[in-house]
Design a protein around this ligand. Structure first.
Ligand code: FAD
Length: 449
């Protein structure tokens, strides 16, 4: 906790900055979606910043960092606050730096765009679409999340079927990062240097600008397709994913219980059936429906891009981690896991899992293109939570079947996607850029005293 005197000194030295001082707003801006995890909720529920600030640009950020370093104030950066693992939750009080006023659209040229990191992903997508481009990948939280938050705390999502995750080489091409020193330096980074700043929870610098490659925009049609078995739904998706002639932006599968929480969607599946969600270019309607029929599927519902825009209802807010959000609206006992299956044995793994856990774990598969043009089958299975011990046991059962689990029930950086240890490059950048360890303290296990 930072003392009232120190906070007063900070504000009085920077009176031109936008300070958030109301208790309600400080509490709100200290939270993300950690409450998806029953393990994280009791650990993070009481954590909050002492003060929040909303800088508008690089000049304000530099002045802010400089004073915080002099006064030894911990800083936690926040984009849209939609992260799932408490990444943006301040563990030691101090200052939350809300980046959502750093939203300048700097330039777009021939499929390459440069923006400030606090820009909302939906706003970036809108700017790009006006010029015939769209993001290569974006999370289902695109309306609230920032592009900096996606790179620093997320993975990918809609579009990853073509372009992989946000970290795929060539998607983010350059970043500018501020160091946490009395005289903050601006690091201009590209190529291999970028990986050190991806999914490191804003612990080793503050992203200010990002340069990203885009994809040609399409007016995606949205489809819901029904299948009688996981085998037919999966076979259809594999063929769709590999069908070079059918342009797509999203392909995912849900079992009938997971799909039953999509209450606003005009569909009803019988028990044991499977739902496929697909976003497909409008000129691909005929080959898509033909492929669906060939695998014994039915078209349940379809809407054109213009209809989605007019109604505001889009499947982009049902796929990826939104499936858990929809289930939680109706049953607070759900949480999820983040899984990677063995691409050659997905159906065997799912069947063995079902034998052991039944309906305690529901099926939700997402398809992602990897760097070497293979397909990664990832999952966001809904899990019926009973106890912490059982949740950990379910993780163990997945692992015993060869299903990789990226632990989404920890805020510790090493214990999530990084698989237990941080690379020497990440630790070196932390030491060089934030020598006093003021940035998002408590998230790196090896630095906790
Ligand atoms: C319902 C739901 C659905 C989701 N779906 C997806 C999905 O499809 N794909 C996916 O990848 N994720 C998904 N997520 C997780 C999250 O929404 C995304 O990763 C999102 O991109 C995070 O962006 P944000 O701006 O909200 O980040 P925040 O939560 O604000 O921050 C995330 C991390 O990045 C750091 N950070 C933010 N901005 C900066 C900056 N400028 N410089 C340095 N560090 C910074 C923060 O300190 C924090 O550690 C989902 C979450 C929910 C709740």
């Amino acid at each position: 906790m930072t003392s009232t005197e120190t906070l007063g000194a900070l504000q009085s030295q920077l009176p031109e900055l936008e300070w958030v001082t109301s208790k309600v707003n400080i509490k709100r801006l200290s939270k993300d979606f950690y409450w998806f995890s029953p393990l994280l909720t009791p650990q993070l529920i009481d954590k909050k910043a002492d003060l929040v600030v909303r800088p508008k640009d690089e000049t304000e950020l530099k002045a802010l960092i400089s004073v915080c370093v002099k006064l030894n104030i911990p800083m936690t950066v926040r984009g849209g606050g939609t992260g799932n693992y408490g990444q943006a939750v301040p563990l030691s009080g101090g200052l939350v730096i809300d980046m959502t006023l750093c939203t300048a659209f700097e330039w777009l040229c021939d499929g390459l765009v440069q923006v400030q990191a606090g820009m909302k992903i939906a706003a970036l997508e809108e700017h790009a679409r006006k010029r015939g481009w769209e993001l290569r990948c974006m999370p289902s939280t695109y309306k609230a999340a920032s592009i900096g938050g996606l790179f620093a705390g997320g993975f990918g999502g809609i579009g990853s079927i073509n372009y992989g995750s946000i970290a795929t080489s060539g998607t983010v091409q350059a970043i500018r990062v501020l160091t946490i020193e009395e005289n903050p330096r601006v690091l201009e980074l590209s190529g291999d240097e970028l990986s050190t700043y991806h999914h490191t929870y804003g612990t080793n610098g503050i992203l200010i600008d990002m340069q990203l490659a885009l994809a040609p925009a399409r007016n995606w049609s949205e489809y819901l397709l029904g299948f009688d078995s996981i085998e037919s739904a999966y076979a259809f998706c594999r063929e769709l994913v590999d069908a070079a002639g059918i342009e797509k932006r999203e392909v995912s599968i849900y079992d009938s219980i997971a799909a039953s929480y999509f209450k606003e969607l005009p569909i009803h599946l019988a028990s044991g059936q499977f739902l496929v969600m697909a976003l497909v270019a409008p000129h691909c309607h005929a080959p898509l429906t033909q492929l669906c029929k060939a695998h014994g599927g039915n078209e349940l519902w379809c809407q054109r891009f213009e209809q989605a825009n007019a109604s505001g209802l889009t499947l982009m807010e049902y796929c990826w981690n939104h499936s858990t959000l929809h289930a939680l609206k109706h049953d607070k006992n759900y949480t999820n896991l983040q899984t990677n299956y063995d691409s050659d044995h997905v159906l065997e793994q799912l069947s063995q899992l079902e034998e052991q856990v039944g309906e305690e774990v529901l099926i939700h598969l997402e398809f992602v293109r990897t760097n070497n043009n293979q397909v990664l089958i990832t999952g966001l299975p809904l899990v019926k939570y009973s106890t912490d011990e059982r949740l950990l046991e379910l993780i163990n059962i997945h692992q015993s079947l060869g299903i990789k689990v990226n632990n989404s029930h920890t805020y510790i950086l090493e214990d999530g996607k990084h698989g237990g240890v941080l690379s020497a490059d990440i630790l070196a950048s932390k030491a060089a850029n934030d020598p006093l360890s003021l940035l998002n303290p408590g998230k790196i296990k090896s630095l906790i005293q």
